[in-house]
Every structure is written in structure tokens, then in C-alpha cells.
Design a binder for this molecule. Sequence first.
Ligand SMILES: Nc1nc2c(ncn2[C@@H]2O[C@H](COP(=O)(O)OP(=O)(O)O)[C@@H](O)[C@H]2O)c(=O)[nH]1
Ligand SMILES: [Mg+2]
Length: 440
Amino acid sequence: MFESLSERLESAFKQIKGEGRITELNIAATVKDIRRALVDADVNYKIAKEFTDKIKDEALGQKVITAVSPGQLMVKIVKDELVELMGGTESSFETKGTPAVVLIAGLQGSGKTTFSGKLANYLNTRKNLKPLLVAADIYRPAAIDQLKVLGEQIGVEVYSEPENKNAVDIANKAVAYAKANNKNIVIIDTAGRLAVDEVMMTEVANVKNAVNPTEILFVVDSMTGQDAVNTAKAFNDRLNFTGVVLTKLDGDTRGGAALSIKYTVNKPIKFVSSGEKMDTLDVFYPERMAQRILGMGDITTLVEKAQAQFDAEEAKKLEKKIRKNQFDFEDFKQQLEQIKKMGNIKDLLGMIPGVGKAIKDIDISDDSFKGIEAIINSMTPFERANPDVIDQKRRTRIAKGSGKDIAEVNAFMKQFEQMKQMMKMMNKMPMGRMPGLGKR
Ligand SMILES: Nc1nc2c(ncn2[C@@H]2O[C@H](COP(=O)(O)OP(=O)(O)O)[C@@H](O)[C@H]2O)c(=O)[nH]1
Ligand SMILES: [Mg+2]
């Protein structure tokens, strides 16, 4: 995410890092590079200019503190301004109401339906709410099915009326249905068009007037850069939405949308979403995003993701097994599952400071674990629970079953043994515990 912008900013800082102090002259070059980096990331020129003018003023106004080098100072100033540009602090998401109503709007293909599913899942699993998803995209029968499939996947009820071609009517009935059935939050997934279009706008505006939403979220594909900003403006003029959702941050997005939207419509980005898995929705934190853009990593989000997947009971059991040296392949497989549930592997690694850049060009797909999983799957349950019984004869069979070389199986068995030893050691050291594992 935003790799090219990160790189360009880093190289802009390089110049000033070698300088003894900030002067009008050496700051000018750095600021110019920063501005170019932003414009190339598809940030509107006017915004980029205003941004860098501020940076310049800030930098020149700073007293020279000997403890901080000009390079460090610049990074700090830019970070603070990036945070400000993206909205300062995180904003709240209102879920109160009987029921609360969330209206989802945006262009076709921006990710509304996918996001609706993710939001419902998030509210259901993390906020303990009972959501109702509403299929108000009345033009394509496939749209209703798509939402139904998602609803089933996450265990959230979907309200739809395939024969009804009146979105306002569907929305009204859905809210009444929610009231009658103890659902406390209604998420209305609306129809979009390929471009801003009067009929679509009128329809969404009518739905808005009918159901009086608690939140109106404008969903936008972050890959569309400047266009995203123009679309946001059009939707905001019409709907006066309460927040923005940036989708497809897992793609090759340059950052323009994330950096320009708040400035343009003065509405906060509330959620970001990357990937099509239902559990990859993230609350948007300007501070963390700025840190990621500047290559400072995002350990906080990483830890939170780990904790969300983390089950205290399970961890206790696991720790006991590790202590008794009983950690087996079944446990290992479960651990892999948990990691995968945290989201895209490359994204996760990218949150570790310094790692994002190092792995930029390496192809790390979620399939990276497939080989290992194939080997474990070819073991019998008895073998999984008793790694010690896996002799050469069994290894040969496992290799065959998983389509791997015997050498690969041997190597994996060896790694597993080493890992087990390491886990045992780490478990003895209070400081070495994994996030969460230490809390008891
Ligand atoms: N890579 C990626 N794809 C997404 C994301 N959100 C949605 N998509 C895909 O983008 C396409 C359009 O999404 P959809 O939710 O149907 O958009 P809608 O027309 O606004 O309802 C689908 O193929 C989704 O699977 C995301 O965050 N990342
Ligand atoms: Mg849709």
C-alpha cells in the first residue's frame, strides 16, 4: 500500500538528513520533492501545495534543537501534517438507535456490497450488535444474491424483496422488520451507477429522506485517485454523508484518495477495507496511516488484529502444551488458520517497521502456507497428535500424499522440531511472549 509514495518521501528526506541544520535553502529542495511525490501519488496539486507550504513554515519556524537532527525533525513535521490532512483523530461511528440505520452509497463496483458484509460482520462479532442487511440494489437480481451469499457466510440476516422495484419502499419495510425482530442496526446496501447520475442520486436521496439514517457512508475505490475525490464531492453535495469508506487498499493504490478526501469534503474517513475476506475491515486511524506512509510501520494495528483473532482459553491450552512439549501438528495447523484469518499476509508483514519496503517486490501470497498445509493434511490424525511416530516410512507416504519431495517433508519436520524448541524457550521468558499470550 502506498509504496511508491513512501519511497519518494523517504528519498526526499535523504537530502536533508545529511545537513547540519535547517535553512531556507536546503528546506526548499526537500519541500519540492515532497510536493512532487504527493502529486505523483495523485494528490490534487492545490492540496499538495498547501500541504508543503505548511511544512515549510513549520520547519523554518522550528528552533534548532541539537538533540534532533534536521532529518528527524522533517519526518516529524511531515508526519504531523499527514495526520492532520487525513482528519487528525479517528472519528466515531454511531451505532445507537432503535434501530440505527446505516445507508451505504457509492458508484457501482466501488465495493459497497462487499463493505456492507464486512461492516455487518464487524458489528456482529466485535460490537455485539444484531445487524440486518438490506438489499436495496433493485436493478440487478445478482446483486441481491451477492448480498445473500455474504450474509450466509457471516451469519447475518438479509432482508430482500426480489419483486419489489421501489428502493424507498424496501428500505422502509426493512426498518420496520428490524424493529419487529430485535435487530439493532440496519445496513442498507444501495444500487450504484458507473458514473455520477441523476437517477441514482435521486433514488439514494429519497431513501435517505425516508429512513433518516444514523450514518451515511460513502464508499469509494481508493484505486481511482483524483476521480475518487470528484465523486466524493458529488455525493456529498447531494447526501451530506457522515463518513467515507476507502476500499481496495490492498491493491496498487497510490494514496491520492486517502490524502485528499478529508480536505475536499471535510468528512472523515471512518473505515478502510482491503481484500474480499469478510474480516478485513479496519477502523481508520489517521495517525497509524501516516506512520505507514512514512515507513514507520503499524505495530498497533498488527497487535489489534492478533488480539481480535485471539482466544484466551485456547491460548492457555496452547501454552500448557508448549510447556509440556506436546505442541503437535494439529496445533500448528490451527495457528496457521488464525494467522490467515488476520488478513493478507503481505499486508500484515508490511505493518512491521522497515519490513514493508524489504518485501515490496517479493511475491508473498496467502498461498505461501499451502505447501505446509498439504503436508499436514496428508498426515493421519494419529500422526498429527504424535509427531514422534513419523518415521521415514510414514514420511515417504506423506510426501506422496501431499505431492511433495521426501526432502521437503524432511525439511519441514526438522523446522517443526526447531520451532517447538524455540517456542518452549520463549515461553520460559516472560518478556518473550507473544502479544496477548503473556496476559493472564
Ligand atoms: N481487492 C479488493 N477487492 C474488493 C474490495 N472490495 C470489493 N472488492 C471487489 O470489487 C468488486 C466490486 O465489489 P462490490 O462490493 O460488488 O461493489 P458494489 O458494486 O459497490 O456493490 C467485487 O469483485 C469485489 O469482490 C477490496 O477491498 N479489495
Ligand atoms: Mg453492490
